[in-house]
Ligand binder design. Sequence first.
Ligand SMILES: Nc1ncnc2c1ncn2[C@@H]1O[C@H](COP(=O)(O)OP(=O)(O)OP(=O)(O)O)[C@@H](O)[C@H]1O
Ligand SMILES: [Mg+2]
Length: 350
Amino acid sequence: MAYLVLDQLTKRFGNWTAVDNVSLTVEKGELISLLGPSGCGKTTTLQMIAGFLDADGGRVMLDGQDLLAKKPNERGLGIVFQSYALFPHMTAAENVAFGLEMRRIARADRDRMVADALKLVGLEQYGDRHPRRMSGGQQQRVALARALVIKPSLLLLDEPLSNLDAKMREEMQIELRRIQRTVGTTMILVTHDQSEAMALSDRVVVMNKGRIQQVATPQEAYDHPANAFVANFLGRTNLLPGMVGGGAGGTVITVADSVWPVAQPMAAGPGALAVRPEKIGFVDAGGLSGTVLARVFQGTQWLFEIETAAGRLMVIRQHDGSPLPAERERVMVGWRTDDMAVMPADREAA
Ligand SMILES: Nc1ncnc2c1ncn2[C@@H]1O[C@H](COP(=O)(O)OP(=O)(O)OP(=O)(O)O)[C@@H](O)[C@H]1O
Ligand SMILES: [Mg+2]
């Protein structure tokens, strides 16, 4: 059985369903991200796991135990928020020690555990500092040490890096990944930053309007988005309307003057084909024909806009010296069928 199980977890505020039947399993030691736009229910989901909000339906099982039946402070979870929420009058070491004192851990053990936790986050020299004399990144490391020192069965992180500037955020992403690998703690990270989720997570959970859209490894979700929402949320994509039907060799989708095999079983009818700009190339035959509307030099790459009978397409080509079409040239574009995703039209707006 999975380590953590969310089973049809639901939360309503009045007649607004903030979290709608969310089911998910997380393996021990996994780092999983809840990813989605503002208001999609990420924090609400986390707060129900933490016990700061009561669920209106569903269950949460952690290591075989019913988590929702326990009080928040009996759940043994570590929690890190966007604001560091450190005690300003306490030093870094005192902040980290706080949770251990509450648990009545003996002084000698406590000192050793605090030192270990500070070392883990790279702050062994900073135990005596007060938060106001530390940078945002350092303060967030203290918050992380404080959450980890109790050896939580699960660590919940809600936008822990969003208060940091871009450079610090990148450093902390690498740091967080290293710490997670070192301690092996199961972590749920909430973020609305798709690159952060992709860089850090074993799997991403893409949410929209309180519902899970897809659970997959970052690469799987990027390469094979379950629907148009996921395709658009995880980077730039081209979404081409087409018609799904049976061909001689199996199911195909017809997009304007081109025909593409569909790997998964799908009913005939309107559909959409999603393909990333960097996966499209210029081909001699067997592709979708169009005209180059614009071609923009971006240093390491060229950005093309192609007008086709299925709509406008964005194409990215590396600036590696290979010949590329000029503006107003007639072209044909194509891609590997492994690099496209096909979805029913009604799931476009999911
Ligand atoms: N206490 C509350 N009362 C009423 N509505 C709430 C409450 N808390 C959250 N909501 C609503 O529930 C929805 C989900 O909120 P939630 O905080 O979970 O979003 P989020 O995904 O964490 O967004 P963000 O990225 O902005 O933090 C939102 O529409 C929000 O307005
Ligand atoms: Mg939130």
